[in-house]
Structures are given as C-alpha cells and as structure tokens.
Write a protein that binds this ligand. Structure first.
Ligand SMILES: C[S@@+](CC[C@H](N)C(=O)[O-])C[C@H]1O[C@@H](n2cnc3c(N)ncnc32)[C@H](O)[C@@H]1O
Length: 287
C-alpha cells in the first residue's frame, strides 16, 4: 500500500508530521527507529496505534500533528535534481491526459519523478507507467523516490534518449517534459493509440511555437496551449488576502489528440461562419 488508508498509524505507513510552526516532515514509520527534528524525537514504536489527525508528543513535550500526506505534500518533499513539474500543473496534466485506473501512460524525461509518481498513484494497480530518461543519475533519483512510495511495480523505467523511440505501442496517453519536444513527435505518435492524449510542458513561448507548428501539420487534432496561474491566500481569519509572493511562471502546457490524417502544410480553409482568418487559427476546432 503506497499511502496509508487506515485510521491509525501502522508500521510501513508514510506519515506527515507537522508542528505549530508548520514545518512538515514526511517519514516512513519503521520498527525500532525514531523520527528526529528541531522539536525533539518520537520513537516510531510509540507512534504506531496513534489515530490520524491527533497530536503526538516529542521527548521534549512539543506536539506534532500526525497526518496522511497527499500527492502535493509528497511532491514538495521529493528528493530532487533539476526542475520538477509543480503540483498545480501535475493535477491538471493528469486530468487533460485522461489518467485513470487501468490505463497505460508513457512519459519522458523522468527527471526526479514528480510526474512519474503522480501518474503511478492514479493508474492504480491495474495500470502502468513507462518512463524514459537519458541520464542515469536522474533515473536513479526517480527510482529512489518511487521506491519510497512502494510504487515500483507500477512503473517501467527506460534509460534511453527518446530520439531512439519508445518500445511501447498503443498507449493511452503520453507526456513530454524535455527541452525540445518538437523533435520527438514522430516517436510519440508511433507509441500512442488512435485518439490517444498527447501533452507537453515547455517553459518558453519560443518552444510553444516550435511545437505547435509540427502538431498543426501532422497527425494531431484538438491542439491546446494553456498556462495555469495559482494564487495562494493568507488564512488568518481576520486578514484573509493573497500571499505577498507567488510563483509567476512554471511552464506552458500543450495538448493534442493523436489522429490519422493526411499531412497538412496548407493553411486551413475558413470556418463555416467565415469569421476566422485561416492563418490565425491553430485550434482546428471547426474542422
Ligand atoms: C525537467 S526534467 C523532467 C522533470 C520531471 N518531469 C519531473 O516532474 O520530475 C527533464 C528531463 O528530461 C531528460 N531529457 C531531456 N531530453 C531527453 C531525451 N531526448 N531523452 C530522454 N530524456 C531526456 C533530462 O535528462 C531531464 O532529466
């Protein structure tokens, strides 16, 4: 069981411990070992049997809430190398790719495994994630992160440059988080089943342009370019207002559906209403 489902702490549970100062710790409850932090230590043996949602005392008398972490907590605490996909984007990506229990989904690059673990949690025991990464050190980091959540049996890791293609065929969805995703569209289309969901995250508008053009001309439909802005609020009851700082930009999200179609290098014809200029519209929604 990757994350606890029970109402009391058991050995092997991944728990979130948090004190009044809001510093959070995610740990695995391990026999004969102890959790230590700036507020003191708690023997895990004493934590077993504690109801979730209650407080456990450290040896110094400080109290920590014992909670079940959610995916957002897990991603924020990942051991990471390099940039990960932020939780605000992860949830939406999963929604747009139609991720659900039982499906097969492919991603590259693995990086630290933030998307990998999100997908692995969502596809359940009957689904599977195939993850490609060309750098061995990144892949090792991701494998350690996925192992910690006990999700390794849901993921197949490939160490390979995706320029050499994907082994899988007929996957339900495919996501690219690599520097130049437009170079790998042929490989992506070959792995996806007809109608499959394609997505990519790119940090710059220039990369969006590089990606949109071949998607528009190739065997793809329902192109979308989106960006998510998330603003958090201070929660002091008498002074509820936006936080002073926010993450201004993470990346652009590009989505499309894999289809069979003749190569299109000519501009679209006008839509039935005749309102759109052919060169301005890349959505194809009216086709
Ligand atoms: C931004 S990181 C991915 C982060 C990951 N999605 C996450 O959420 O943790 C990009 C990764 O793609 C890998 N990469 C870049 N180009 C690649 C290629 N052509 N084939 C395989 N991996 C590639 C890089 O080594 C890097 O680890």
């Amino acid at each position: 069981m990757p994350l606890p489902n029970g109402s009391i702490v058991q050995y092997g549970d991944i728990v979130l411990l948090i004190g009044k100062d809001r510093r959070t710790f995610i740990r695995t409850v391990t026999e004969h070992q102890r959790f230590e932090c700036h507020l003191g230590y708690i023997d895990y043996d004493d934590l077993v049997g504690t109801p979730y949602g209650t407080q456990a005392p450290t040896h110094l008398g400080h109290k920590l809430f014992v909670l079940i972490p959610h995916t957002d907590d897990i991603v924020r605490h990942l051991q990471r190398e390099g940039q990960i996909i932020y939780p605000k984007d992860l949830g939406y990506i999963a929604l747009k790719l139609g991720i659900r229990p039982g499906i097969r989904v492919l991603e590259a690059g693995t990086g630290s495994g933030a998307l990998t673990l999100t997908l692995a949690l969502l596809v359940g025991e009957s689904g599977h994630v195939y993850s490609y990464e060309r750098r061995a050190n990144m892949q090792s980091r991701a494998i350690a992160n996925i192992r910690r959540l006990d999700l390794l049996d849901r993921v197949t890791f490939h160490q390979r440059d995706i320029a050499d293609g994907f082994d899988e065929r007929g996957v339900h969805a495919l996501f690219l988080d690599v520097r130049e995703p437009h170079h790998y569209l042929e490989q992506a289309r070959a792995a996806l089943r007809g109608g499959g969901f394609f997505g990519a995250l790119v940090p710059t508008a220039n990369q969006v342009i590089d990606l949109i053009q071949p998607l528009y001309n190739g065997p793809w439909f329902l192109l979308e370019v989106e960006e998510l802005l998330l603003r958090a609020y201070k929660t002091t009851p008498a002074r509820i207002r936006p936080d002073d700082q926010m993450i201004g930009h993470t990346g652009y999200l590009v989505f499309a559906r894999a289809v069979e179609r003749e190569d299109r290098s000519e501009p679209d014809t006008l839509d039935p209403a005749g309102e759109d200029e052919p060169d301005d519209d890349t959505s194809r929604a009216e086709e």
